[in-house]
Design a protein around this ligand. Structure first.
Ligand code: C2E
Ligand code: MG
Ligand code: MG
Ligand code: MG
Length: 287
């Protein structure tokens, strides 16, 4: 940690500093005011049913329109937000915005409106006020809890303390569902699958989209994906594959019985207006 901070400070004065460390600095000084100034926004990415390509849900993915650096993706600032604690107000803002958006779509399109997936940071999960926050957001936006799925990573649920386990159980009692994000990339002590009320696994995009090296790697890679799909189904969970970039990926996953897919092939993260177009298309039976 000290080494990391030291390195961060050093790069500030290093003429050779790379773009990444510049943004790290710019990120941490600007972040405290960015929320108040409305610089964050949310893109939504489709999660589609593989059997017919229909829109099942959308995942809320936060972005930051930085005044000097342009649009930054979450990988460039979520880490800093976690370190500085800003993830708490930011996470709350994302939940509020996204639940409000999802509720608005339900009002306009009824059952054709997609469900909503929202990412939870480790730190949010450890926070005592999480359940109350989510309950309040659901009430104020009027979103049916059954339409909300929270994504947590394997590392967040590794040996969860009693408190986070209690919180996750309360959320499930409220009707919210849980998905394990980036499944297969953590230190997989799979015992958590026995202890947690999880509904869904999301297979990490790297398993699918990185399958381009050698023939052997491809064969084994697809067998791993097949195994993960079977594991999910054996446990009675639904399974979503991430990083689905082309028709070949989609077809293989469909034939394996994978339930849902997310990736560029089914739609990039997009502005709400794009999602509305998708909903309308599904209405007229085009998709
Ligand atoms: P994630 O939850 O696994 O989200 C999926 C990421 O994969 C997104 O990156 C998405 O743009 C990218 N992606 C989707 N389809 C494809 C594809 O076909 N190919 C490839 N190569 N990539 C694809 P993004 O938007 O940069 O988000 C990165 C991560 O940041 C997310 O990973 C999530 O862990 C985190 N994140 C995003 N929004 C939030 C948030 O509101 N709160 C928290 N705590 N974390 C967030
Ligand atoms: Mg996610
Ligand atoms: Mg993921
Ligand atoms: Mg990820």
């Amino acid at each position: 940690r000290a080494k990391e901070e030291g390195r961060g400070r050093w790069t500030l004065f290093d003429p050779q500093r790379n773009a990444r460390s510049v943004s790290r600095y710019a990120v941490s000084v600007r972040m405290p005011v960015a929320l108040d100034r409305g610089e964050f926004f949310i893109d939504y990415q489709p999660l589609c049913r593989l059997e017919d390509g229909s829109l099942s849900s959308v995942e809320a993915l936060v972005r930051w329109r930085h005044p000097q650096l342009g649009v930054l993706g979450p990988d460039e600032f979520i880490g800093t937000a976690e370190e500085t604690g800003l993830i708490m107000p930011l996470g709350r803002w994302v939940l509020e915005q996204a639940c409000g958006q999802a509720a608005d779509w339900v009002e306009r399109f009824g059952d054709r409106a997609p469900h909503l997936n929202v990412n939870l940071a480790v730190r949010q999960l450890r926070n005592a006020g999480l359940v109350a926050d989510i309950d309040r957001v659901l009430r104020s936006t009027g979103l049916d809890p059954k339409r909300l799925q929270l994504e947590i990573t394997e590392s967040a649920v590794m040996g969860p303390e009693d408190d986070s386990l209690r919180a996750l159980n309360s959320l499930v009692d409220m009707g919210v569902s849980l998905a394990i994000d980036d499944f297969g990339t953590g230190w997989s002590n799979l015992a958590y699958l026995r202890d947690l009320p999880v509904a869904s696994l999301k297979i990490a995009g790297s398993f699918v989209s990185d399958l381009k090296e050698s023939r052997r790697e491809q064969v084994l890679g697809w067998r791993i994906v097949g195994g993960l799909v079977s594991l999910a189904h054996t446990l009675g969970l639904t399974v979503t594959a991430e990083g689905v970039e082309n028709a070949d990926h989609a077809e293989r996953l469909r034939s394996m019985g994978c339930d849902r897919a997310q990736g560029w092939y089914f739609g990039r993260p997009s502005r709400p207006e794009e999602i509305v177009k998708r909903i309308m298309e599904s209405k007229s039976g085009l998709r």
